[in-house]
Design a binder for this molecule. Structure first.
Ligand code: PMV
Length: 345
């Protein structure tokens, strides 16, 4: 076998915002319900993976984030590699150094594990791919999606541009719990969507998503929630095909509130919304009612508000954000629908 030591591979992977939310998991990162997301363009993680000759037993990995050693994330990635070593034959002969950085500002409270694990999975698989040359392009991204999922569930949807779904669903061809698939043939109404992210609070979240998922295990409303997400997945896919803004908005906003309702009604309940979150939601819905512009909100597992709108209303929405919301918020990140991951070298 050729020597691949000191080879460097760099991938940039975007984050994504779920429209139908994945909340609750089982086994090795298997979702309890299907989900649908929009891949972003600006919020990305870039990972440079350096392969070196292995010196000792066990996994040798050094992880640097923004130029500094990050022991906490390094340990998470080592655990990921140990748990899934069967997927990574190159662990046997190589040690690794990862240099990563995010393209979005620090201290926004925006989670980056989806883009980080996306970029890590792509780089590792690319390294494997170079060694064994087993994958065609489609198989490569599907396999990368599966590997990303094992690190962070939602990361699996970032492998594809536009919209992607993840989780077995009778209405979606080739859907799987193991990897995401792109939603093809999206109506022009949804091809140029924008996402303005209002940073309501820039502190790291107090309750991890892993803990949140685990609280669905004995949640009194779990089964109804999984059914609701299944119905909403079918509904959102339908709107993506027929271009129905009204139905899209209804599902997107109800999904955001359902996600937070699950947190608030679990046995160990908690609340991630802040007064600024509620204030923004009210302003957005009032703005929609008074202008008829198809703008809506969605939420991640945190207080920040994602405002989704078609690009053609960019000016009107910017004015609204400046005049009605900016004064209350520490920042806004302007993002939009993206093309998916990119190899950098
Ligand atoms: O991928 P995780 O384990 O960080 O969970 C993500 C959960 C949500 O972001 C709240 C929803 C989703 O589908 O992305």
């Amino acid at each position: 076998m050729a020597d691949h030591s000191n080879q460097k591979i760099t991938w940039r992977c975007p984050s994504n915002i779920a429209i139908v939310k994945y909340w609750g998991k089982t086994g090795n990162q298997i979702p309890c319900n299907p989900s649908v997301s929009m891949t972003l363009s600006e919020a990305c993680t870039e990972v440079e993976l350096e392969l070196m000759e292995k010196k000792s037993e066990g996994i040798e990995l050094e992880y640097f984030f923004e130029g500094e050693k990050n022991e906490a994330f390094q340990n998470r990635v080592i655990k990921y590699l140990e748990t899934n070593s069967a997927h990574f034959p190159l662990l046997e002969k190589h040690s690794f150094r990862i240099n990563s950085h995010n393209t979005f500002p620090h201290s926004t409270g925006i989670a980056s594990s989806a883009s980080a694990f996306g970029a890590i999975a792509l780089s590792l698989l690319d390294a494997e791919n170079k060694i064994d040359r087993i994958h065609d392009k489609e198989t490569f991204y599907t396999k990368a999606s599966e590997l990303a999922r094992l690190g962070s569930g939602s990361a699996c949807r970032s492998m594809f541009g536009g919209f992607a779904s993840w989780g077995q669903h009778p209405a979606i061809d080739h859907s799987s719990d193991l990897y995401a698939t792109p939603v093809k043939g999206v109506h022009e109404n949804f091809q140029q969507m924008m996402d303005a992210i209002l940073i309501v609070d820039n502190q790291p979240k107090k309750v991890s998503s892993s803990l949140g998922h685990s609280l669905m295990n004995d949640h009194p409303y779990a089964q109804n929630r999984f059914e609701q997400a299944k119905e909403n997945t079918a509904g959102i896919i339908k709107t993506l095909y027929n271009g129905d803004y009204e139905e899209f908005i209804q599902i997107a906003e109800s999904e955001a509130l359902a996600l937070h309702a699950m947190m608030m009604t679990s046995k160990n309940y908690y609340l991630l919304m802040k007064p600024g979150t509620i204030h923004a939601i009210e302003k957005i819905t009032n703005f929609r009612t008074s202008t008829n512009i198809p703008v809506c909100f969605t939420l991640d597992a945190g207080p920040n508000v994602h405002i989704l709108y078609p690009q053609k209303y960019k000016e009107e929405v910017s004015d609204f954000l400046k005049n009605e919301l900016k004064t209350d918020l520490s920042g806004i990140i302007f993002d939009k629908i993206g093309q998916g991951p990119e190899k950098q070298n």
